[in-house]
Write a protein that binds this ligand. Structure first.
Ligand SMILES: Cc1cc2nc3c(=O)[nH]c(=O)nc-3n(C[C@H](O)[C@H](O)[C@H](O)COP(=O)(O)OP(=O)(O)OC[C@H]3O[C@@H](n4cnc5c(N)ncnc54)[C@H](O)[C@@H]3O)c2cc1C
Length: 463
């Protein structure tokens, strides 16, 4: 009898625990959908353009600050209805992480927070009428407007880059790179004669964090996941190059960490070429300054970033290279009601000399988002003691495969397997969606025991 009672209590506890977990993972929205007033009916309308690191931070902060007010409405418009968690994008290449978990549902997260969301591509602004214009003749009114349109690849006018290389500016790009590698393996497994070197040579251009991570992910895909499925292809025939124009890869990191990263890459037989400038890319080769040519039909471009092209069409002051001109309060120069954050804004780094702007990173976009949200609230409430933005870099984490990373966190430097675990935990916590957190953790745990599936589902790998 005693055992029966204990069993019943244990079962009851388990059911209660599972119910609490389910509620925690599926919180209720701030407004039930039928109670939520339309955005146009709020007395003070805040429009956020872009739902990435910067825009999402501004919107959710504003929702928290206005939780008990019914006069401020927040609307986010973005080209995609998902939030790309960029640090995990390279992991899609090796199938370490499922693409759907890196693309987190933006609409659901914003509605839970209390904002509204519309998927639309912004094309311009009418600052006099206070409306943002979007494709399809749509118009969205605002009292305060925050622009966070992100960046795009910079090809520096190098011939052939745009036509013959793949970029890493999104989940689809990472899937395209993965599919290209699988497609090459399928092609080569059908060739009976000599296989041209260019088929199995993969060249990553750009030795910053993204380039280093992508080169390592290609190595993992080839050696850990593809090699056992293609027994007629020697994985050591695959050549992976990492090309950097500067004297060092990961130039922003401490020299000891740079060396650790380079040693890891070299041990994985990734050929690291520094002081190597790509001059031209053709269908089947990369031409370097100085005359060297690398035969390849697979080039991945990670070497440059610039503000989103759309900022040219907004009629606001901007610099082609650095982005929308803002003052230290993040207000666009000359406008009281327009603000800009993230990769599309040229924000002065107050700890550097005049003209040095804050780097285009997620942590900068998030920090800017917090300050912009507070300043927008103050402006809506008629306060004029606006906060000035001061960038506080927290460090950098770079993962090279699932068991190695080089990290610099608030001045502490470490590398190796512990650093890789730290990388994973740090970014797992940062994922916004509880579902994505659980699914990514599950991907990683399952990946310890089982090789991920390496099927190519999408047909084309062409740009
Ligand atoms: C592969 C990769 C890996 C990275 N890894 C890291 C990292 O590990 N750590 C780090 O700190 N930084 C990293 N970064 C940089 C970081 O992702 C960016 O600095 C950060 O995302 C900038 O935030 P944002 O809000 O400005 O832009 P994004 O996060 O890119 O968001 C831009 C938003 O604008 C929307 N948008 C764009 N054009 C339009 C339009 N015309 N109309 C409507 N909406 C539009 C998009 O849909 C998106 O919602 C990485 C970048 C890349 C490319």
């Amino acid at each position: 009898m005693n055992g029966l009672v204990k069993g019943g209590l244990a079962l009851g506890g388990l059911v209660f625990g599972l119910g609490a977990l389910r509620r925690a993972l599926n919180p209720t929205p701030r407004y039930a959908s039928w109670e939520k007033p339309p955005y146009s009916e709020f007395e003070k309308k805040v429009l956020v353009v872009g739902g990435g690191f910067g825009g999402y931070t501004v919107a959710t902060d504003l929702c928290k600050m206005t939780r008990h007010r019914d006069d401020v409405g927040v609307l986010v418009i973005a080209r995609e209805n998902f939030f790309t968690f960029w640090p995990m994008v390279p992991g899609i290449v090796s199938s370490d992480i499922d693409a759907r978990n890196v693309a987190q549902p933006l609409r659901r997260a914003l509605i839970l927070a209390g904002a509204s969301f519309r998927r639309a591509t912004v094309t311009g602004i009418d600052a006099e009428r206070k409306v943002a214009k979007a494709e399809g003749g749509l118009e969205f009114p605002y009292d305060q407007l925050i622009i966070s349109l992100g960046g795009q690849p910079n090809f520096f006018g190098i011939p052939g880059v745009e036509e013959h290389s793949m970029t890493m500016r999104g989940v689809e790009d990472a899937e395209r790179v993965r599919n290209r590698i699988i497609e090459r393996f399928e092609e080569v497994s059908l060739i009976r004669d000599d296989v041209p070197d260019s088929k199995l040579t993969f060249v990553v251009i750009g030795g910053g964090a993204t380039g280093v991570e992508v080169a390592s992910e290609i190595h993992s895909l080839v050696h850990e996941n593809l090699a056992p499925d293609y027994p007629n292809i020697d994985p050591y025939r695959v050549r992976i190059y990492l090309i950097e124009a500067l004297p060092n890869i990961l130039p922003e990191l401490d020299p000891a960490l740079r060396r650790a990263a380079r040693t890891r890459l070299v041990n994985e037989r990734i050929e690291v070429l520094t002081n190597a400038m790509a001059e031209e890319i053709t269908e089947n080769c990369v031409k370097l300054k100085g005359g060297r040519q690398i035969p390849t039909e697979n080039v991945i471009w990670t070497a440059g970033n610039r503000p989103n092209q759309t900022i040219h069409d907004l009629g606001l002051p901007y610099d082609e290279r650095t982005g929308l001109k803002v003052d230290l309060t993040l207000r666009v120069e000359g406008y009281d009601d327009i603000w800009a954050v993230g990769d599309c804004a040229a924000v002065q780094d107050v700890h550097q000399e005049e003209g040095r702007i804050v780097p285009p990173t997620a942590q900068a976009a998030i920090q800017e988002g917090h300050v912009a949200a507070r300043n927008v609230m103050k402006t809506l409430d008629g306060e004029d003691d606006l906060e000035e933005f001061e960038y506080k870099p927290l460090g950098q984490l770079v993962e090279l495969g699932s068991d190695f990373a080089v990290n610099e966190v608030m001045g502490v430097r470490f590398s190796g397997a512990i650093a890789a675990i730290f990388w994973r935990l740090a970014y797992l916590v940062r994922l916004n969606s509880p579902q994505s957190k659980v699914r990514v953790a599950a991907d990683w745990i399952v990946g310890i025991f089982l090789r991920p599936a390496v099927t190519q589902i999408r047909g084309s790998t062409k740009q």
